[in-house]
Design a protein around this ligand. Structure first.
Ligand code: SF4
Length: 217
């Protein structure tokens, strides 16, 4: 069993606060969460700057924008044709059907269903939006978290998403710490616990079964 509250503190001590999610408001966070699929955050930043520069960072403005204008603005984020169509459809829903403020009033399950109904929003993106745009205490399960927990516990198989959610929310139940945990797990997964892990320089080595096995072999 992993002590997730200690894991969060250890990662925070090692990497410091991550200040996620970079976005001025809920709409910008939603747009960023869509754009970051299958690309890096650096490419998304360029796309967000392009959208802001064109004054398109509101649902109403984006809904009215020409598709080719959106495509030009977000070209750096890759898959720009499908992403531009998705953004336009989502902006239209948020401008004409349900506003961000109305979404904010919904209870957690209803809000999640409303997000999942948006074009291109799958479970991981919905959870990121719930946590970062709407400050709901949600565990974001992604490939970095699954890999880290599997390695820490030394299991043959990755944990199920359901078990991860249950165990983590039993240990950490507030949005600010869940926000920080997700950001820290991603930072750790990109810097140290990479596909060929750098266990000798890992701050989690004393707690990690995989790391200890490797250093004893
Ligand atoms: S000790 Fe190695 S396997 Fe374990 S968390 Fe650190 S980098 Fe990953």
């Amino acid at each position: 069993l992993i002590a997730f509250d200690k894991l969060q503190r250890d990662l925070l001590n090692a990497y410091g606060p991550q200040h996620w999610w970079p976005g001025k408001d809920a709409f910008e966070i939603i747009v960023g969460a869509l754009l970051v699929q299958r690309t890096t955050w650096r490419n998304v930043e360029t796309a967000l700057a392009g959208l802001s520069h064109q004054g398109l960072m509101t649902p109403a403005a984006m809904a009215k924008a020409e598709l080719d204008t959106l495509e030009r603005c977000i070209r750096s984020a890759g898959f720009f044709r499908s992403k531009a169509s998705r953004l336009k459809r989502i902006a239209t829903v948020l401008a004409d059907e349900i506003s961000i403020e109305e979404l904010r009033q919904l209870p957690g399950d209803e809000l999640r269903q409303a997000l999942l109904a948006l074009d291109g929003v799958g479970p991981e993106t919905a959870d990121s939006i719930l946590l970062y745009a709407f400050e709901r205490p949600v565990v974001v399960v992604d490939a970095y978290l699954r890999r880290l927990v599997q390695r820490l516990s030394g299991s043959r198989a990755p944990p199920s998403d359901r078990d991860l959610r249950l165990e983590i929310s039993a240990a950490i139940d507030d949005a600010p710490r869940l926000n920080e945990l997700h950001a820290l797990v991603v930072a750790h997964g990109k810097a140290v616990c990479v596909s060929d892990p750098k266990c000798v320089e890992c701050p989690l080595l004393p707690e990690c079964r995989t790391g200890k096995k490797q250093s004893n072999s």
